[in-house]
Ligand binder design. Structure first.
Ligand code: NAD
Length: 297
């Protein structure tokens, strides 16, 4: 297939590479010249606008930071909607709020294009390995037509419901992830302060009822899990600022549904404090720094 791909960042670039490896032809666009150059070396043709990337393709995929970027790429005289042919499907894999996804689907439908939300989990490792989980918001017919393309970038392609429901699944998952990470950081820090060997404590948690991905795969205490960001200075994982963004999406969605999220609101403030301390670019497991103890002067 000939695919327009927009947004070649930490996630988009490896996803686009997997499409190329699977024999698809890509027309790529990103604001970053370096990102474009790197993908051109992998075999993509590069474009000077979202409109150009969406012209003469069978499919358009966007992988951008937030809803404002998706809107900017879709709208305007140089936007995707100005270049795309009727009948071509747009898939947005960015993590954004469900209401924006539904609004973008309406904008696309007004000119005869289908739009599916398909946010992902699996991180940059999953993007590179082609093992992402796609949480898709689309009707059954649209889901059947987008699945084969998404299958070149992911392992689990799940229909979560109609438009916006992929984003609902994603923000609920990340709400829980933000909470469990803060919880594991708190328990590990308390145990260490009380004198238990952190490795022994982690071993108990990971074979007991406190276990979670945040404890057994991405434990925030340094030196527990060799492959976790905590064991390499909290670099190269899922940035705390992105977690903060996702908790903001959950808070906004909760507000519109008049549904309380007590733990999520507290977690949001914890990551806000981490970000305010200048650590927002580090992996979100660096939240454990809030529990650091210092001797009295
Ligand atoms: P990123 O910041 O690394 O990449 C975003 C890319 O979009 C950049 O290359 C940037 O130049 C480009 N961009 C921004 N505005 C643009 C515009 N107007 N036109 C064209 N290109 C534009 O972000 P990322 O880590 O790749 O994340 C993308 C999305 O995926 C986010 O919504 C994020 O929450 C979500 N996500 C990230 C991870 C992760 O581990 N990084 C995991 C799951 C989901």
């Amino acid at each position: 297939m000939k695919i327009g791909f927009i947004g070649l960042g930490n996630m988009g670039a490896p996803m686009a590479r997997n499409l190329l490896k699977n024999g698809h032809a890509l027309q790529a666009f990103d604001l970053s010249e370096a990102a474009l150059r790197s993908l051109a070396e992998a075999g993509a043709s590069t474009c000077s606008s979202p409109k150009a990337a969406a012209t003469d393709v069978e499919f358009v995929i966007t992988m951008l930071p937030a809803a404002t970027h998706v809107r900017a790429v879709l709208e305007g005289e140089h936007g995707v909607l100005a270049g795309i042919a009727p009948g071509v499907t747009i898939v947005d894999s960015s993590t954004i709020d469900p209401a924006s996804a539904q609004a973008f689907a309406q904008m696309a439908a007004a000119q005869g294009n289908a739009f599916a939300d398909a946010p992902v989990s699996g991180g940059t490792g999953g993007a590179a390995a082609g093992t992402l989980t796609f949480m898709v918001g689309a009707n059954e017919t649209l889901f059947a037509s987008v699945s084969p393309v998404l299958g070149a970038m992911g392992k689990n392609i799940v229909r979560c419901g109609d438009t916006g429901m992929g984003q609902v699944a994603k923000i609920c998952n990340n709400l829980l992830l933000g909470i469990t990470m803060a919880g594991v950081a708190e328990a590990m820090s308390l145990g260490a302060a009380l004198g238990i060997d952190p490795k022994v404590l982690a071993g108990i948690i990971n074979t007991s009822t406190g276990r979670s991905w945040s404890s057994d795969t991405c434990n925030p205490y340094p030196g527990i899990i060799e492959t976790a960001p905590a064991s390499r200075g909290y670099t190269g994982g899922f940035g705390a600022n992105l977690m903060l963004k996702d908790l903001g999406l959950a808070a906004e969605a909760a507000r519109s549904a008049k549904q309380p999220i007590f733990m999520g609101a507290l977690a949001q403030q914890l990551y806000q404090a981490m970000s305010a301390a200048g650590r927002g670019g580090l992996d979100f497991s660096g939240i454990i720094s809030l529990y650091e103890r210092r001797a009295d002067p």
